[in-house]
Ligand binder design. Sequence first.
Ligand SMILES: Nc1ncnc2c1ncn2[C@@H]1O[C@H](COP(=O)(O)OP(=O)(O)O)[C@@H](O)[C@H]1O
Ligand SMILES: [Mg+2]
Length: 210
Amino acid sequence: MKSAPVSADPGPVVWHRYAVTPAHRERLLGQRGCVIWFTGLSGSGKSTLAGALEHCLVAQGNLAFVLDGDNVRHGLSRGLGFSTEDRAEHIRRVAHAAALLADCGVIVLAAFIAPLRRMREAAREIIGPSRYLEVHVATPITVCEARDPKGLYGKARKGRIGDLTGLGAPYEPPERPDLRVDTARGEAVDHLDALVGLLRSCGVLEPPGE
Ligand SMILES: Nc1ncnc2c1ncn2[C@@H]1O[C@H](COP(=O)(O)OP(=O)(O)O)[C@@H](O)[C@H]1O
Ligand SMILES: [Mg+2]
């Protein structure tokens, strides 16, 4: 699978090509670097599913890593808010981080709302379409709100958050995700077979050919 694309306007900067390629590292790891992008509303189960899949993959000997929206906002995206512009910049940054990890051969589990289609399309382009897989965590908003793991829906209903995705800010569901998961029923582990099956069907759990 290919390296991440370079930025559109690198200025007086020339891309340095190294002898060791992503394919070398993939053979070392016996897997292919890729990104599963979990998109869905707050409380839909993105982080929980990504964490369960990470645990499962690492237990079976695959190198996986969760990139989590809330965690990344503590560092790489610190200072960015929840305006459409800031959300787009947040997604641009994390897509580049995910692409670098995929270049390392890692199976990246990206748990980000990425509410607008154009944000996810930008991420797909940065990461490379051949190694970007989209999972729509399509849990109904009524279920997300009843869970309210971070208390965000409660705050939004009291008018203390105006731009919560699905209430004060839009969410555009993916039209053709690689997989759709509704976590309203069952536990996160109940969805692991489908998620691992998706990775298997894309050849991610095998090393690239010589
Ligand atoms: N089948 C399921 N899959 C994932 N999460 C579930 C499921 N059933 C209940 N939950 C709960 O829903 C909540 C989802 O929260 P979280 O994963 O933080 O969502 P998000 O990252 O999408 O904001 C957690 O409290 C989790 O325990
Ligand atoms: Mg989360």
